[in-house]
Write a protein that binds this ligand. Structure first.
Ligand code: SAH
Ligand code: AVI
Length: 331
């Protein structure tokens, strides 16, 4: 990273990205979203260490097609994408276990492109693991984890010298509202210099049944992932949510082109949040919105990038058109 990055803090071989715009703390998000109806909480709180591992298990289920589909596309097209991007630095938002990034790094290796890798995530435990695994696996690779919240502004995400390939996989873009998604891509575009690229994974609109099953897997792992949010609130806010008194629900809302994920209270109940000195009163059947996952058409996927002034280089999709991988550049 550029030495002039005064607003970044380095510790434990990680870079802590300093926020550059107003962003709520967990306490503020809970006060704003959970104390009155309709109740909601941002999805970034899913990802404590257990939540990240549960997400990884979701990716292995038969029903959750996005990971498999995107991985197959990367496996087939990574060489082409990397040849077009020629990255000296790969910066990945919401990298998680970085399982799909292997395709890009292997393609770099095959083409003799030596680059640095900057995984950027809120889950620091996962970043440490990725750094250790990747540096062992790729002897030539320097891994510099970026710890932080990518919704808290990218102004202090300092630019390394040399061509950057920004990567945002898994259709995490879908977890933003349509307006937030537009603003986020504009922020990324603002970080980019001429010749830099952004590789965006976007989940597509498809048959409702396929979507329903993907978010309601038979083994109940998505349910566990959703309920784990209550564990996060219990431990971080000294709360007393009883997980047995909530049920996972995920439905596709065709009008809004999104899957909506809820936790539904199974009875009238009171929850104390000791750290906040607040009490939540839930009715029987009352829902807490925990995640939205927007689905895009081919055209809408491209508009996400072109609206930010980026130029589409490649748009890859499988035969069933279930997922898009779009590579765009800044001119
Ligand atoms: N990109 C991976 C992981 C997707 S899961 C894949 O495609 O499989 C979403 C990841 O984004 C998690 O690792 C989570 O910790 C991270 N994440 C979610 N919200 C975030 C935020 N606001 N800032 C940074 N990372 C975030
Ligand atoms: C990380 N994100 C793109 C996933 C999604 O599909 O919206 C999170 C997820 N929620 C339930 N299953 C997977």
């Amino acid at each position: 990273m550029d030495g002039s990055a005064v607003s970044e803090v380095e510790k434990n071989d990680c870079i802590y990205v300093v926020q550059s715009k107003e962003s709520n703390t967990l306490e503020q998000d809970v006060k704003q979203g959970m104390l009155t109806s309709p109740r909601s909480i941002p999805p970034k709180y899913f990802y404590d260490e257990r939540g990240s591992l549960l997400f990884d298990q979701i990716c292995e289920t038969d029903e959750y097609y996005p990971t498999r589909t995107e991985s197959e596309l990367l496996n087939e097209y990574a060489l082409e994408l990397v040849a077009a991007a020629r990255p000296e630095h790969i910066i990945e938002f919401g990298s998680g276990t970085s399982r799909k990034t292997h395709h890009l790094l292997q393609a770099c290796e095959q083409q003799g492109i030596s680059c640095e890798y900057f995984p950027f995530d809120v889950c620091e435990e996962m970043l440490h693991q990725v750094r250790d695994d990747f540096m062992q696996h790729y002897q030539w690779l320097d891994v510099k984890p970026l710890v932080g919240d990518y919704t808290a502004g990218l102004e202090h995400l300092h630019r390394p010298n040399g061509t950057c390939m920004y990567v945002f996989l898994g259709s995490s873009i879908g977890n933003f509202s349509k307006q937030e998604a537009k603003e986020f891509i504009a922020e990324v575009a603002n970080c980019m210099c001429s010749g830099d690229t952004l590789l965006l994974g976007v989940d597509r609109v498809k048959q409702e049944e396929v979507l329903h099953q993907a978010y309601n897997d038979k083994q109940g792992i998505t349910g566990e992932f959703n309920l784990n949010l209550l564990n996060v609130l219990n431990s971080r806010l000294d709360a007393n949510f009883d997980l047995d008194k909530f049920k996972h629900k995920a439905v596709y809302n065709p009008d809004k082109q999104r899957v909506e994920m809820y936790l539904v209270s199974q009875k009238g109940q009171q929850i104390d949040l000791d750290t906040l000195g607040e009490r939540i009163e839930l009715d029987d059947g009352e829902k807490i919105l925990t995640e939205v996952s927007h689905k895009y058409s081919h055209k809408q996927a491209e508009a996400l990038l072109t609206d930010a002034g980026l130029h589409i280089l490649r748009h890859i999709e499988p035969e069933n058109a279930w997922f898009s991988l779009v590579l765009a550049s800044k001119r």
